[in-house]
Design a binder for this molecule. Sequence first.
Ligand SMILES: C[S@@+](CC[C@H](N)C(=O)[O-])C[C@H]1O[C@@H](n2cnc3c(N)ncnc32)[C@H](O)[C@@H]1O
Length: 223
Amino acid sequence: MTVTAFEAAIYAQRPSSAEHYDVSYFRDNWRAEGNDYSLETRRRMEGRNPELTKEVFQPKKVLDLGCGPGALMHLLAELGVDVDGIDFSESSRELASDLVRERIAIGTTYDQIKPDNSYDLVVCREVMEHLTVFQVKRTVQNMVRMTSRFLYCTTRFHPEPQSLLDYTTQFDVDPTHITLLNKDFLRLMFVLEGCRSRPDLESRLDWLGKGRVIVMEKHAPEL
Ligand SMILES: C[S@@+](CC[C@H](N)C(=O)[O-])C[C@H]1O[C@@H](n2cnc3c(N)ncnc32)[C@H](O)[C@@H]1O
């Protein structure tokens, strides 16, 4: 994609509203393979992720940005991890377990509702693809602002990008999948915010080998 085409495309994108992510979005049986957001389903789907997250990062305080109904938060809390969440959907809090409900703040991924450096791990999984490119940029900045050390992001990427700027949609999977970026493009955004790649940790987190994981470490907060 040329810069001119990229410019036209990102100005034409429209963000999804918080109301789209209602109880039906999280609970109805519309996803392939019937994967919903109940805690039982997510416990099965998460597999080793909660244990690995604790083991790899050994975090003191975690933020799950775009946490949805807080399944990962719940599974981490069961392991004794101190974890907060942010999501702009009121339904995410309604559907959350008693263990984590009060720890979910309502806000966007780019609202500055938490202090700088207040977590040593900021997680953002399966959210970037739902954002416009402008929102992705602001979210990356906010993630880096809030962490004192690690960033752990998963998203769906463009399967066959021809250039750094290529991004695509995936409406058959989810009508709000509007931004599947080139993986290098998303990584570059973190690098330009003062982060370095941690391929060693990335490969440990990507135990299913899906290539959807980015792990970064905040390197130069002064830049
Ligand atoms: C596919 S769900 C992922 C939930 C959870 N992170 C997970 O991995 O299961 C996407 C989540 O992103 C949230 N979301 C989408 N756009 C957002 C925004 N601009 N600000 C905050 N949350 C947003 C939605 O409400 C939804 O809970």
